[in-house]
Design a protein around this ligand. Sequence first.
Ligand SMILES: C[S@@+](CC[C@H](N)C(=O)[O-])C[C@H]1O[C@@H](n2cnc3c(N)ncnc32)[C@H](O)[C@@H]1O
Length: 309
Amino acid sequence: MSERAFDLEHLDAEHLRRIADRLRTTGFTEDGVRDRLGIDDVSAIRLDAYPYYINERLRRRDRLDIAILLLLLQGVIAVEEMESLFEREDRKLLKEAGILLAEKSTRTYRAAVSLYPLRDRLFFTDHRFRHMPWIRSRAPQDPVMYLGADSYYLARTTIRRRSRAVLDLCTGSGVHAILGAAHADRCVGVDTNPRAINFSRLNAIVNDAWNAVFLEGDLFRAVGGERFDAILANPPFVPSPVYELRYRDGGPSGADVLRRLIASIPDYLATGGCAQIVTHLGEREGESYLDRVRRWLSGANMNLHALKV
Ligand SMILES: C[S@@+](CC[C@H](N)C(=O)[O-])C[C@H]1O[C@@H](n2cnc3c(N)ncnc32)[C@H](O)[C@@H]1O
């Protein structure tokens, strides 16, 4: 699969927004999906619970069941089910946009990407469960991260005050920049993965975040000398000896990107501004992780607060 998934220049943005609105009307929102699947959190969807979801929770096969099966559970649906979910013109747009895949011989459909609800916003991402055989065969080299528990934590804990400019580093699907666009004059999302920038721009269209822009680049290098009232980030944090997945691998300690990011915050945060980062940091004997953060900040005068989960 090519790095860029969507041809945004030829996309009918208004039509795509109407499709997203219709999905919300069927109940495809964070609350609606959580209630229908009987889970505490959308990020808690488990592959080994599929039989339970399908046989116990999605038995009525109404439009919400079909949407969840297709867009979140990476499932296969029959042509008739697809016709009850999306009208002909909607199907045409979704196929042309590369979101739906039709399998003529079996009269079935799959989704090429997933769609995650966060409150009433919707975010396209690559599929989470990549080891399913048909997904593995089409998987992009550098997938765009699904909304995980870390994405939801940061979204829920972000301080939402009126701002001039918000920066979302390691933006992935663009989620934090797009949420920030509702309370900022301007939002910038940055990612090194061109596929993530392509998804972010699509998601900005879906969520009508007209004041969010997305730049390809390494952390702050993409934004020049600008200072931001809020800096948000969910950098890769999994300790890994290899760099296989850009959204996951944070080098041998897990902190390769995090350390560089934190070190540069004082140069890019506006006076009175706030930087919020979600990550995994282990305690070390004799050194709390806040000591480590202070060291990375090289003595910059900042108040540090940690919310532990
Ligand atoms: C854990 S994902 C977070 C995605 C999204 N912000 C979220 O919360 O769901 C990390 C993202 O950081 C990006 N990334 C990795 N290294 C980066 C770097 N040096 N500069 C900018 N983005 C980077 C990856 O491509 C990936 O999209």
